[in-house]
Write a protein that binds this ligand. Structure first.
Ligand SMILES: Cc1cc2nc3c(=O)[nH]c(=O)nc-3n(C[C@H](O)[C@H](O)[C@H](O)COP(=O)(O)O)c2cc1C
Length: 210
């Protein structure tokens, strides 16, 4: 209980990272594994995640991220890209994975596959995009929380130009879109915002018990 809340109180949207501190490979891999384990609707994970440590790339992304210093100073920039379109392969690849992982014949999964396809494949393109965006935000939230558990600071970021990210990272041709970004690293001692009180709606405003 204590940990549950104290970890969330420790975490804050870091405005100024210490550019000299890097996340170790070991912690990065734990963070990414936690992200990989995120739940998604039907288990389809309709997204891809880019992990950027290359300084030159980070410098290129900063001006198209409202000039925010987190992009160039953070240890790594994680770009969460949702699939903008998908077809039956999304479901078929998933079922192949289920069959392989659980060692069960694919034939027994066909009914479930047809059900998923009936729900998803005829959606209009914008609904597909909004569904995949919701899924990638779950992975994003999970990554942010896992980072806090590892005492890695983060800044969740929507303040960037997705079209330009898509261009630089070559996402359009992969039917992907940069939905949201997580800058990870370690807070600078000079970042005053780490001392700010958390501003949230009151419990009365936020919750209704029925
Ligand atoms: C999806 C999302 C996008 C955000 N985009 C930015 C951003 O571009 N730049 C920034 O400095 N903070 C950004 N924030 C941080 C929020 O302003 C911050 O989380 C909120 O004010 C609550 O403060 P706290 O996270 O420090 O508790 C974003 C947060 C979320 C969840």
């Amino acid at each position: 209980m204590d940990d549950t809340l104290s970890i969330r109180k420790w975490r804050y949207a870091t405005k100024k990272f210490d550019a000299n501190k890097k996340v170790s490979n070991e912690d990065l891999e734990t963070l990414l594994e936690a992200t990989r384990l995120s739940a998604s609707s039907y288990g389809l994970q309709p997204y891809h995640i880019y992990v950027i440590s290359n300084q030159e790339t980070k410098e290129k992304l900063r001006p198209i991220s409202w000039g925010q210093s987190q992009i160039s100073d953070a240890s790594h920039i994680i770009v969460f890209a949702n699939s903008t379109d998908f077809d039956a392969n999304l479901v078929d690849n998933y079922l192949e994975n289920v069959s392989r992982t659980r060692n069960i014949p694919q034939a027994g999964l066909k009914g479930y596959g047809d059900f998923m396809k009936s729900k998803l494949l005829d959606l209009p393109l914008d609904s597909k995009g909004s569904w995949t965006t919701k899924q990638v935000y779950l992975a994003f939230g999970n990554a942010m929380q896992a980072a806090a558990e590892l005492k890695i600071d983060t800044c969740p970021m929507e303040g960037f130009e997705p079209e330009k990210y898509n261009e630089i990272l070559g996402l359009d041709e992969k039917n992907q879109n940069a939905a949201v970004v997580l800058a990870i690293g370690y807070r600078s001692e000079e970042d005053e915002t780490q001392h700010y009180a958390k501003v949230r709606k009151s419990r009365e405003e936020l919750f209704t018990y029925i």
